[in-house]
Design a protein around this ligand. Structure first.
Ligand code: MRU
Length: 351
């Protein structure tokens, strides 16, 4: 290994509460939001203080532990605690609809709860917290593996385009798409990254560019609409993005604008990679058509930092994600290996 890269924490547990890096204020402020209630965690997911599919899953797992602690403080007996946890699970799952990691993580906590019915409220809290910490650590380990698997696809000198933020701050740490970049850089490869700013919430400009800049990785910020031009001038060797949900056939939901990049990549014969943990694959959904696309408030499009940038009263559409069909995806990079030309048979074998 030529170089080891360390990044700041998306979240951490301390003094019986969850601290979430409030990503709404990046890069100007690095402020952690202290969450002592499950409702605060639900709100943090909704308003996107914490965002990125794996990160919201991990936050929700901690949310279940926080809900158990709230019940303990209130002096609830076991039945009351279990009822409170059922309610917490429902609220957490309703926070955002597209990223499957949220449902996957809460369901994992619910499965554990079924095994804890004979234990005390204190033990329930401790076990849920331990599980959330395990899930957090596993995510970082998975991302390291995704990075190693993906780095093999990166030439020794490469120009990479990425969209939105699938970095350390979208995960427990290290990142998926940016994990691939980090691993390639750590192996001594000469990597330059073009980062789409990613309208409307600018996760590319505010978060990905910030992460890469902090890590001293060569980066150029570009407008979303520059991508085709860059590809037409042979400036992009490969594209790597994250995923919010991968259907059984490989169709992938990711940040709005991803599909456009994949179509452009196919036209220009540039490899298009999706990097994601196996927990992002939702085998219960046959194709991308079955994935719910979150529609966010139009004011995210009409306003920038609280300032109006469009005519007052204009109607704005704001789908947060789109679907990239499997046939546009060169390979899906997971912690268990790289799946070229993804389809149901290959993805089923992975999980
Ligand atoms: O709306 P966001 O910021 O939560 O969207 C994030 C993305 O689309 C990421 O690319 C995806 O969640 C993968 S993160 C490893």
């Amino acid at each position: 290994m030529m170089r080891e890269i360390k990044t700041m924490s998306t979240m951490y547990w301390q003094d019986n509460r969850l601290y979430l890096l409030d990503q709404r204020y990046l890069p100007s402020k690095t402020e952690y939001r202290s969450c002592e209630s499950c409702d605060q965690i639900v709100d943090s997911i909704k308003v996107m203080s914490v965002r990125g599919a794996p990160a919201i899953g991990i936050a929700a797992a901690y949310g279940m532990a926080v809900a158990a602690r709230e019940a303990l403080i209130k002096g609830c007996n076991k039945v009351e605690m279990l009822t409170a946890l059922e309610e917490a699970a429902v609220k957490l799952k309703r926070a955002r609809p597209t990223a499957v990691n949220l449902f996957w993580a809460v369901q994992r906590m619910e499965k554990l709860l079924l095994k804890l019915k004979e234990t005390s409220p204190q033990q329930i809290f401790e076990s849920l917290l331990k599980e959330a910490k395990n899930l957090h650590k596993e995510d970082i380990d998975n991302n390291r593996m995704i990075g190693l698997n993906g780095a093999e696809l990166v030439p020794s000198k490469a120009s990479v385009l990425t969209h939105c933020n699938a970095g350390a701050l979208a995960t427990g740490g290290y990142g998926t798409a940016l994990g691939v970049v980090r691993a390639a850089v750590e192996q001594g490869k000469d990597v330059h990254v073009f980062v789409d700013e990613t309208r409307p919430l600018l996760q590319g400009a505010r978060i990905t560019a910030f992460e890469l800049f902090e890590d001293d990785i060569s980066v150029t910020l570009v407008t979303d609409s520059s991508a085709g031009h860059l590809m037409s001038r042979n400036k992009v060797d490969l594209i790597v993005v994250g995923a919010d949900r991968i259907a059984a056939n490989g169709d992938t939901a990711n940040k709005i604008g991803t599909y456009t990049l994949a179509v452009l990549a196919a036209y220009h014969k540039i490899p298009f990679y999706v990097a994601a943990p196996v927990s992002t694959i939702d085998i219960s959904v046959e194709t991308g058509e079955g994935i719910i696309i979150e529609e966010r408030c139009g004011s995210e499009v009409t306003h920038l930092n609280g300032h109006s940038i469009a005519p007052e009263g204009i109607t704005a559409s704001n789908p947060a994600f789109d679907i990239t069909t499997a046939k546009l995806i060169t390979a899906i990079i997971t912690e268990r290996g790289v799946v070229c030309k993804p389809d149901r048979v290959k993805l089923e074998k992975l999980i």
